[in-house]
Design a protein around this ligand. Structure first.
Ligand code: CP
Ligand code: NVA
Length: 310
């Protein structure tokens, strides 16, 4: 049987995605009640980080431990990956020793090359193009607070970056409307946007985009690897701050999400981030539960159907 990878949200069908979210909610309740469920006893996850991380690293490491397995942190600084060993060779070697590999890197293509040479499931822990694990947590947070997201309106504010791309995929899979409000020059990848058909569209004016929305989401203006663009981006994104005025345009019970880390008084006001509509701490916690459901699905067979790309 072909190995299942999770390089993109599109690697899960709509049915699998909904099932995984329900499973994550169940696992969260079990863990909060102190019930241990250890289907990954004796399994090892290798985690390769070419970029910094707090949430992704800790949630995968703790998640594996709670599931009865073990996680191995690998930095290019002290493995042969950093000294030029080809990604294909690293994939062949590592996948003979561990049961799954999570990678956070720059070029998305690197994760795809690794997966193409791996005998075991590979998980995208963020690339410049996509951040699908974060979407599992965001969707879980929405589902537990508001139910299904189909038919709702979500507004992405700011950069057309990796998170925005994964939101476009989520809109396509789960049938919600995504309005992307970003300054010219910072649009999402046109092919990814086009792939979502009518589910996602750019609305240049942030106030117009936020009108009646059910969920407002933003992210940093300069992602990892774009540190030298910080000043230029601060100028370009000045009109794309999520503040109280913008939230007031949304539905009265609209939620606010941010994958974190956040820059207060830059992309989001302190009032919104710390305010009653913000669910960023639940969202961060759900990285743990959603990824445990993903690990169970990929490594212990889960209960979902085989992939059928829609
Ligand atoms: N949201 C997220 O991926 O956080 P980290 O960079 O801390 O992993
Ligand atoms: N867009 C951000 C997300 C960080 C979790 C980045 O890539 O740095």
């Amino acid at each position: 049987m072909a190995v299942r990878h999770f390089l993109s949200l599109l690697d899960l069908s709509a049915e699998e995605l909904r099932h995984l979210i329900q499973r994550a909610m169940q696992m969260k309740a079990q863990q909060h009640q102190g019930n241990a469920h250890a289907p990954l006893r004796g399994k090892t996850l290798a985690m390769i980080f070419e970029k910094s991380s707090t949430r992704t690293r800790v949630s995968f490491e703790v998640g594996m431990q709670q599931l009865g397995g073990h996680a191995l942190f690998l930095s290019p600084r002290d493995t042969q990956l950093g000294r030029g060993e080809p990604i294909e060779d690293s994939a062949r070697v590592l996948s003979r020793m561990v049961d799954a590999v999570m990678i956070r890197t720059y070029e998305h293509e690197k994760v795809e090359r690794f997966a193409a040479h791996s005998r075991v499931p590979v998980i995208n822990g963020l690339t410049d193009l996509e951040h699908p694990c974060q979407l599992l947590a965001d969707l879980q947070t929405w589902f537990e607070l508001r139910g299904d997201i189909a038919g709702r309106t979500v507004v992405w504010v700011g950069d057309g970056n990796n998170m925005c791309h994964s939101y476009i995929h989520a809109a396509e899979r789960l049938g919600f409307t995504l309005r992307i409000t970003c300054p010219e020059g910072y649009d999402p990848d046109p092919l990814i946007l086009a792939s979502a058909g009518r589910s996602a569209a750019i609305v240049r004016d942030p106030m117009e985009a936020a009108e009646g929305a059910h969920l407002i989401v933003t992210d940093v203006w300069a992602s990892m690897g774009q540190e030298q663009e910080q000043a230029a981006r601060r100028r370009a994104f000045a009109d794309y701050v999520v503040d109280e005025k913008l939230m007031a345009r949304a539905a009265p019970d609209a939620l606010f999400m941010h994958c974190l880390p956040a820059h207060r008084e830059e992309e989001v006001s302190t009032g919104v981030l710390e305010g009653p509509q913000s669910v960023v701490w639940d969202e961060a916690e759900n990285r743990l539960h959603a990824q445990k459901a993903l690990l169970e699905f990929l490594l212990a067979g889960g209960e979902t159907q085989p992939l059928s790309r829609q």
